[in-house]
Structures are given as C-alpha cells and as structure tokens.
Design a protein around this ligand. Structure first.
Ligand code: KG4
Ligand code: ZN
Length: 343
C-alpha cells in the first residue's frame, strides 16, 4: 500500500510516497531556510506563506520523483500537531482537498510520533526496532524521553522544563552570529574546537524527575557567563561551540541513562533534528552502562532526522493498516498536552 505523506509543521515543506510503511519511493523536502536565515529563526507568517506557495508543487514533485500517477496513493497522511498553527493548516487543508477529491482516507498524524517512526523507514534495510524501546525525541520545539510500547503509545518519562535542546542550539548560535539553523552550525564549528575549554554546568530541574532536563541555564552560561566557566586563557569561538555542544548533549544523556536505569530498557530510538548531531551519535555508539552493558541505539540517517514527509507517510500507514482514519473535519493543534512529563 502506497501512502502520501505531507509535512508542513515548521520550515520544511515536504511530501513523500512510502510503500508499506517501509520503502521510500520519493521524499521531497523543500526547505525555507534561506527565507528565515536573515531573522536567525523561523518567522511563522513567512513559513505559512511559503507553504501555501509551494505545497502543490512539492506534492507533484513527490509523484514525479516516484514515477507514479496520482492514482497510486491509497491514503493521505498529514501532520496536524504540534507545530506552527498557520504552517500546519496549509498542509492539513491541502491534504484534505487531495483526499476529498480523490476519495482517499485521510490520516492526521502527530509530528513527534512521526519523528519516532523515522527509524522504521528501511533506508539501510535494517529490521524495524522492536517495542518496547526508549524514545529520544529531540527537535527545535521538544525534548522528550519516553517509553514507546507501540507506534502511537508513549509514556513521557522526562521532558524539558524550559527550552528545547534544539532551541538552545538555535539561540546560542543566533547570539554569536553562527548561522541558522543553529544546531547544524554549532555541530560543524564544534569539530574545530576544544570541548573542554569551558566547564559549563549540566543543570538539572528541581521538578520532573531524573529524566527531566533544563536548557535555559546552560544557554545563559554560554551567552552571558563565559568568564565563570572558562578553563583556558586564549579561547576562540569554536571552543565555545564545542563546549556548549558537549554540555547540551551530556545533559540529554544523563536524563536518557536515568531512563535506562528506571525502565531496564536498553534499546533507544532517536528522532528529530537534533538526532543528526554528530557528538550525540558518536557518544551513543560507544556507550556502555554499568549493569546494562552496551545500549542498542538506533538513529535514522541524518536526512530523515529533520522534518520530512516520509516519516509522516510511514506513520500514516500504521493507522491505515488498522483502518484508523480521520474525519475531514479534523483540525490542527499547535501543542500536545501529553508531551509534558508526568511527575
Ligand atoms: O525536527 P526538526 O527538523 O524541526 C522541529 O520539529 O523543530 O528540528 C530542528 C532542530 C533545530 O533546532 C536545529 O538547530 C536542530 O534541530 N538541529 C541540530 C542539528 N541539525 C539540526 N541540532 C544539533 N546538531 C545538529 N547537527
Ligand atoms: Zn520536527
């Protein structure tokens, strides 16, 4: 079964065709980065307007890239939560129109569950991860450590008390003028820097349990309090980038390892833009925990960590194969209340 997936929750306008939830036939991602870069962040109104301008062409390109006619799609999956409201409504409305005219089932999908699904896409032909596993969902808007028991049922074990990890990368990068999106810019700069030049704190929120994280203190330290944490006389900006990245990812790992301790689950599936981070990927590839041995860490390939239609089509296929479809009256939500940690 071939499903069309549409993603427009933030600054990527994307459409994909995926077969049986595994095989990517096409995955077109039109990025708006150049339009938001002058502002060092996503401007919601620009995002909505660009999606409205591009969505038809992007969907057409997905069929063209797969060399398939419109009739090939058996369902339309679309992100309807969480994200920028105006941006979400463009993809959702287009998907509804497509589904209505072609008499296809519509499946409204959660963006974070779609990120968690990305590791199932058979890019390297690996078998899909087996449930239950721990999810490490790290993006520009969310930082979630969860236990996943099936494709749609997650228990949030920890979340951020303030900024999302990707947001902290973006804000630090914006302050130093390193470029947008900040995560990718810092990842590249950090390769030339000394990660031990600054001994930034790994802050822990007082509430939310051992798997909760906080990023506002680290962000302030990296921007305004360099002198307090400096261990090197002549440091340069690459050292700030490398030390910040190390502290940001180690903060995440401390919470993740607490989740392994708490649940005894040693398979970890990562997703979201920050899952492309090279320090995170390298660190998790070699980690072993006392009492648990090596962890089985599964990352989507970097190009499937950021927002894309293929992960939405894949998740939509799961619902569709269980005859779970959405009414054409389904609406969008900017936030998802369940993504807060339960104390
Ligand atoms: O999932 P995503 O593409 O969009 C949202 O759902 O938010 O994630 C975007 C976030 C941005 O904050 C961006 O700076 C971050 O992912 N990001 C990275 C890297 N690539 C993208 N953060 C750290 N290292 C990277 N290599
Ligand atoms: Zn995302």
């Amino acid at each position: 079964m071939i499903v069309l997936g549409i993603e427009s929750s933030c600054d990527e306008c994307s459409a994909a065709l995926v077969e049986d939830g595994r095989r990517i036939l096409s995955n077109v991602v039109a990025t708006q980065i150049e339009f938001h870069a002058p502002f060092n962040g996503v401007v919601p109104e620009i995002a909505s307007r660009k999606h409205a301008e591009w969505i038809r062409g992007v969907v057409e390109a997905a069929f063209r890239e797969a060399s398939l006619p419109l009739e090939a799609a058996r369902g339309v999956a679309v992100t309807n939560r969480p994200g920028l409201m105006g941006a979400l409504l463009v993809g959702l409305s287009f998907a509804k129109g497509f589904a209505w005219v072609r008499r296809l089932p519509l499946i409204a999908c959660d963006h974070m569950l779609a990120h968690l699904y990305a590791a199932n896409l058979a890019v390297k032909g690996d078998a899909p991860p087996k449930y239950p596993f721990l999810g490490l969902l790290v993006s520009g808007g969310h930082t979630i450590i969860c236990k996943a028991v099936d494709f749609e049922t997650i228990t949030v074990l920890g979340a951020t008390a303030d900024d999302a990890v990707g947001e902290a990368f973006d804000k630090v990068s914006k302050h130093y003028g390193w470029g947008y999106p900040g995560g990718r810019a810092i990842d590249a700069l950090a390769r030339q820097g000394d990660a031990d030049a600054f001994d930034f704190p790994l802050p822990k929120p007082s509430a939310g349990g051992p798997c909760a994280v906080s990023y506002s203190g680290l962000k302030t330290a990296a921007i305004h309090q360099l002198n307090l944490f400096c261990r090197k006389k002549n440091y340069s900006e690459v050292d700030i980038a490398a030390s910040f990245q190390k502290a940001a990812i180690e903060t995440l790992l401390r919470a993740l390892f607490a989740a392994v301790e708490q649940t005894g689950i040693t398979t970890i599936v990562a997703g979201g833009g920050v899952a492309a981070n090279s320090y995170l990927r390298t660190r998790l590839s070699s980690v072993s925990l006392t009492g648990h041995g090596g962890l089985n860490c599964i990352f989507p390939p970097p190009e499937l960590c950021g927002d894309n239609g293929a992960m939405v089509a894949g998740l939509g296929n799961e619902y569709l194969s269980k005859n779970r479809v959405s009414p054409l009256s389904v609406t969008a939500s900017a936030r998802v209340a369940a993504f807060k940690a339960k104390n």
